[in-house]
Design a protein around this ligand. Sequence first.
Ligand code: FDP
Length: 335
Amino acid sequence: MSRVTLTQFLIEQQRNENHIPADLRLLIEVVARAVKTISVHVGKGAVAGVLGSAETENVQGEVQKKLDVIANELLLHANEWGGHLAAMASEELEGPSLIPNRYPKGEYLLVFDPLDGSSNIDVNISVGTIFSVLRCPEGVVDPTAEAFLQPGRTQVAAGYAVYGPSTMLVLTVGTGTHGFTLDREFGAWVLTQPDMQIPPDTREFSINASRARLWEAPVARYISELQAGTEGPRGQDFNMRWVASMVADVHRIMTRGGIFLYPLDERNRKNGGHLRLLYEANPMSFLVEQAGGVASTGRERVLDLQPTGLHQRVPVILGSRNEVERVVAYHREAL
Ligand code: FDP
């Protein structure tokens, strides 16, 4: 059986399609290698003693899990010596991590959430890694946070890994969204879902419904219409799924459609939302748009937001085109 590996896919993107330069290809390969190592640690779980709290707090005041720390270190170390990066930023670090002077520097910035969905680690449910690649602004040598504050539409690559029953890497370099599955025996990423397409219609929604009392009117209206099922204005039943691991919830949508909402609500309004723009909302929105879906805050396209901080939070509504557009229309009518 002839199998297309990630390496082959990226070389073809570079050689035949001329979509990506060689240094971006190599950078993605390094990220993919680090992700493979994270997958091994996640997979060992309690056997390797990697579950539980690290008893430290990250910049957002969240208690770090051991695997948060391990995944962060793995990504930093794997990427710092490659020569393709000017700096990195992570959910787990307050400011940018510069490339040590002993290594060559490149023209890209890498931003990541090393282990997304951390509340699931200890209960053996899927978690993931999310990353985004930006170009370092011209003339910037030692990038500060400001260099990273670019709208999501300028991303040159984005992806996520989901550590589930199998480990998958879902990637875009702006030429569609493509899914690779890790063949653990060979240690290779195999292209298993080329050109993923999110169907425009869906009967599945994903939201933390325990926050219903806090929602704004347009979201409350939309969800209550879905919950009303065949007897309601939509005239059909909808199903609900919430893993509480964005990577897993988005991966389901990427695979079979759906709508994912982490909207603005009364409690998270003071922070601007719940999910982080640079390393959650932007990369996921790029991937979703490249798969034919839509990603909005309810008020505007996520990829058009001008970031104001490295750890800025935003509302996120993404997935099947017709459903996301309906929620956006409800916002327009109400606000
Ligand atoms: P987590 O904090 O566990 O890393 O990144 C934020 C995130 O998880 C998303 O992965 C997930 O979709 C969401 O938060 C879960 O939020 P709730 O705790 O409200 O369910």
